[in-house]
Design a protein around this ligand. Structure first.
Ligand code: SF4
Ligand code: SF4
Ligand code: SF4
Length: 324
């Protein structure tokens, strides 16, 4: 009697059953880059904490990215959730509350003006300026403690961007934040918002404001990422640095059948095929490298890739008048 072959080998090629090693290149590079950075900072400053700090973040993001690559499609979001939780709670709880540092953008300004080179200054230089040149807005998809909460809200499927210039509000927010700290420092000689007890108060009030505004906007616009799209001031430096990002989403135009599944599920409303079909990588500085488009593409036409090109071209899906 002829032996039956297991069903799985007839329905699924071996390459799809196991995560190919290629898919683990990006998680591995991210993990090693953070450990390398931590090692360099430990050697140059003598602070062993730097090795632990960056090593922990690199391991959390690398493991999250690795799980995302390895898990079956329906379970992939778990990898991202895990990374967001591990990094978000670590930075929020360990660095900010226990370490008494203001990791909000105002803490960065206070630290910069008063010459207090503490966690917020290092965090902004690494995660918001230098990091994005290598890894784009990986921070926004995998590490931000604001989105760690906002992504739990029920409006995961965006209806598109609001028409008009609403995205410019974040530049106004960025300017207001800078102006407030400058006024306090120059006008009143106040510079205690970077480290110490006052910094923790600044940090908690700033975060409460972000969470309240982010949740309110998500419900008003039925979009978990509304805060990111319209008002987050941190997006300003992130968008600037991400223009030069080496890591971006790349597509194979020969495989794309124009089904638009990626556009419908992209949390940042990016018109992915419009780049792919023109032979470009996704050049939008709105991309958070969440990889949702990659995992939902039925043609396996998309992947992460390292390369050199200039970003900044934002092709975004807008709301129709009935959705506005
Ligand atoms: S845009 Fe702002 S709130 Fe949104 S993920 Fe990025 S840093 Fe976080
Ligand atoms: S999901 Fe894939 S096949 Fe469909 S439009 Fe997007 S890239 Fe093309
Ligand atoms: S383009 Fe893809 S990776 Fe970028 S935000 Fe949209 S779904 Fe995420």
């Amino acid at each position: 009697m002829q032996r039956q072959r297991p069903l799985v080998s007839r329905t699924m090629p071996a390459s799809r059953r196991l995560p190919s090693l290629r898919k683990l290149i990006v998680p591995g590079v991210v993990l090693l880059a953070f450990w390398g950075l931590g090692f360099a900072m430990w050697q140059s400053s003598g602070y062993l904490t730097a090795l632990f700090f960056f090593g922990y973040i690199g391991t959390a993001v690398g493991v999250g990215l690795g799980l995302y690559a390895a898990l079956p499609k329906q379970k992939k979001p778990l990898g991202r959730r895990l990374a967001l939780l591990l990094v978000g709670t670590f930075l929020f709880g360990f660095a900010a509350l226990l370490g008494q540092e203001n990791m909000q953008i105002e803490g960065f300004w206070f630290g910069l003006f008063t010459g207090v080179i503490q966690a917020a200054v290092i965090h902004y230089l690494i995660a918001k300026l230098l990091g994005p040149v290598l890894f784009g807005r990986l921070w926004c998809g995998w590490a931000c403690w604001t989105v760690m909460i906002l992504d739990l809200l029920p409006f995961k499927r965006s209806s598109g961007r609001l028409k008009g210039r609403w995205g410019r509000l974040r530049y106004a927010h960025f300017g207001l934040s800078l102006g407030l700290v400058l006024l306090l420092w120059v006008g009143f000689g106040y510079g205690a918002g970077a480290a110490g007890r006052a910094a923790v108060v600044w940090f908690l009030i700033g975060n409460l404001f972000y969470y309240a505004l982010g949740i309110g906007l998500a419900y008003a616009l039925r979009d978990n990422r509304a805060f990111c799209k319209y008002v987050c001031p941190v997006a300003v430096p992130l968008k600037l640095a991400t223009r030069f990002a080496l890591l971006k989403v790349k597509g194979d135009p020969a495989r794309c059948n124009g089904c638009d599944a990626c556009i419908k599920l992209c949390p940042m409303d990016i018109r992915i095929p419009d780049y792919i079909l023109h032979g470009e990588r996704v050049l939008s500085t709105e991309c958070s490298l969440c990889q949702t488009c990659i995992s939902v593409c039925p043609q396996d036409a998309l992947k992460l890739s390292f390369g050199i090109d200039l970003g900044g071209k934002d092709l975004l899906r807008q709301r129709t008048s009935t959705q506005a």
